[in-house]
Design a protein around this ligand. Structure first.
Ligand code: F6R
Length: 588
């Protein structure tokens, strides 16, 4: 996690660095800092967010610098643990994203050689190693230093003796933006999109020397070329456009995102299908993407009859037995460490992987044999919303393109899928009702979300959204499971949100709701607009626009996102940047 940026150019570095950094706060925001080369390297950092550094940092006039926003892994948020970190002489400043797994032994041997450490971080070994190896070339010193590192890193190194920045990456993203007589470096494109849309993605093992008008990349000492890519989205995509929060903006973008994802993947259809006679499929993902994976599992089994298992990335990595066949890795960022590790495990077992990701050039897309790009555009809010529905759309398309699907169902679903953007637009008419119900929810400390069949993962997703941004303890359950334990937690008035689709599970859902009502819980039911069966049974009914029951997860997700949003707002939570969370989880 953590966000890093670098600037070398013809303008004052500090304002540009801090502006870029403010767009990376979704990667971490417990402390931040900047280092600029004036006569010597000047560092300003603290346990504060970027905005405070922007206000308080003294004037720095240099045109070369680095900056960092932190998501603490080694040592709590504090001034000394904040980046940039310096060596003993103060000649090298380093910002780092990733985790150096062998830092303790390195720190021990460097300490024995006389190096003095002031932080508890793993990162601080890097400037000390550079100091140790530096003779006359900063690139050579960085190469020698990273050769000692185990773990993951993207680093930007500022040296007092050079008018360039040196960068390196391994298992952690880094992108170089090319400007006019200036260069920008960042963990992710949104940081620099206001300045340039021409970028070079570094690959694992790359070391780069970046001056204001040149980028030189080497691997194992040999110079190598990397393609310059043009980013198609613009600066307006990383601004709030009048919305109070990115999350609300991103929820409202979903009709557009669905349309764009449908168009994009239809064009690419020939290379996207799962192989015809594949024995089984493993889907790997984490968090919200895992919930999308569960829906993928449901539709693949239901419509294609392929045995499919969805695994949480971090759990998959401990499995001894792999299923034969192919795999699908779902990851919005394409950088989630747990997913990448699982992908590498699958890759070394010779299993073909299809990645579904939102980020071009991401590590997941490079490991995968094939990639479906969802067209969510940059998602700034830590809570995933539009990327989730775009992942669902990609999974539906994947299934519809498969030769084994029944043609009648395929044709029906294909037509209904095209209507989904309009159906989702209609969900926004329910916003006043959702706001109303969020008042009730915001006054409780605990809530349950229940669903069955294809809407069970939506119960999980509804609970995940609520807990992460409103801090209300929320559980997602398969409705039939409540009686196997969680019933003990039902008390008079406890909010239960029931997702009821018009499918084969409808009557069992009604039975579960009756059991819950018998325990005096307060039930809000999300039902199809044509369904009157719960009108007299539950406390609140939210009627969502009709869709094919197999597509109902897409439609049902949106009111739950809005519910989480309005509840968090009433509770005064920092919606876009929930405590302890970061958008791109690049640590195991
Ligand atoms: C929740 C959320 C996380 C991510 C998870 C995986 O709103 O955003 O649960 O879904 O960290 O991230 P990606 O999809 O980037 O692999």
């Amino acid at each position: 996690m953590c966000g890093i940026v670098g600037y070398v150019g013809n303008k004052q570095a500090k304002p540009i660095l801090l502006d870029c950094l403010s767009r990376l706060e979704y990667r971490g925001y417990d402390s931040s800092g900047v280092a600029v080369l004036d006569d010597n390297i000047k560092v300003y950092k603290d346990k504060v967010r970027v905005g405070v550094i922007q206000e308080k940092c003294p004037q720095l006039s240099g045109t070369l610098g680095v900056a960092h926003t932190r998501w603490a892994t080694h040592g709590p948020p504090s001034l000394v643990n904040a980046h940039p970190h310096l060596d003993c002489t103060g000649r090298f400043a380093v910002v780092h994203n990733g985790v150096i797994t062998n830092y303790q032994s390195l720190r021990k041997s460097l300490t024995a050689e006389g190096h003095k450490f002031i932080s508890e971080t793993d990162s601080e070994v890097i400037p000390h190693l550079i100091e140790k190896y530096f003779q006359d070339s900063i690139e050579k010193a960085v190469e020698d230093a990273i050769a000692m590192l185990d773990g993951s890193y993207s680093i930007i190194v500022l040296s007092e003796d050079a008018s360039k920045l040196v960068v390196a990456r391994k298992n952690s993203p880094l992108v170089i933006g090319i400007g006019d007589d200036e260069m920008f470096i960042a963990s992710d494109v949104p940081a620099i999109i206001s300045y340039t849309s021409k970028v070079i993605y570094l690959e694992d093992g790359d070391v780069g020397e970046v001056t204001r008008n040149n980028v030189k990349i080497t691997r194992n000492g040999e110079e190598t070329k990397r393609e310059t890519q043009h980013i198609t989205w613009g600066r307006e995509d990383v601004q709030k456009a009048g919305y109070e929060h990115f999350m609300l903006k991103e929820i409202h973008e979903q009709p557009r995102v669905i349309r764009d994802t449908l168009v994009e993947n239809d064009l690419l259809s020939t290379r996207l299908t799962i192989s015809k006679s594949v024995e089984s499929l493993s889907i790997i993902a984490c968090g919200t993407s895992y919930n999308a994976g569960l829906i993928g599992e449901y539709i693949i089994q239901e419509l294609l009859g392929i045995p499919t298992i969805t695994a949480i990335g971090s759990e998959f990595n401990h499995r001894r037995t792999l299923y034969p066949g192919e795999a699908i890795a779902i990851t919005q960022s394409g950088e989630t460490a747990d997913v990448l590790l699982a992908m590498k495990k699958l890759q070394s077992a010779g299993i073909k992987i299809l990645a579904i990701t939102n980020v071009q050039g991401s590590t997941a897309s490079r490991i995968a044999n094939r990639t479906i790009y969802i067209k969510a555009g940059p998602e700034v809010s830590v809570a995933a919303t539009k990327s989730f529905v775009a992942q669902l759309i990609a999974l539906y398309q994947l299934v519809l393109l498969h030769p084994d699907i029944d043609t009648e169902i395929r044709d029906q679903l294909a037509v209904d899928l095209q209507r989904i953007p309009i159906t989702v637009e209609k969900v926004f008419d329910l916003e006043p009702q959702i706001m109303d119900y969020s008042r009730y929810l915001s006054e409780h400390d605990s809530a349950f979300f229940i669903g069955r069949g294809i809407n069970y993962p939506i119960a999980l997703e509804g609970a995940l959204k609520l807990k992460e941004i409103s801090y209300i303890h929320a559980e997602g359950y398969a409705a039939g499971e409540l009686k196997h334990g969680p019933f003990a937690l039902l008390y008079s008035g406890v909010p239960v949100i029931a997702i009821v689709a018009q499918d084969a599970n409808h009557d069992s859902m009604v039975t579960s709701i009756k059991e819950i009502k018998a325990r005096n819980a307060h039930v809000m039911a999300l039902v199809d607009e044509n369904d009157d069966s719960l009108d007299d049974l539950v406390d609140v009914v939210l009627k969502v626009p009709h869709s094919h029951s197999l597509l109902s997860p897409v439609v049902n997700t949106v009111p739950l996102q809005l519910l989480a949003y309005y509840t968090a707002k009433l509770r005064g939570c920092p919606i876009d940047f929930p405590r302890n969370l970061a958008k791109s989880v690049t640590v195991e």
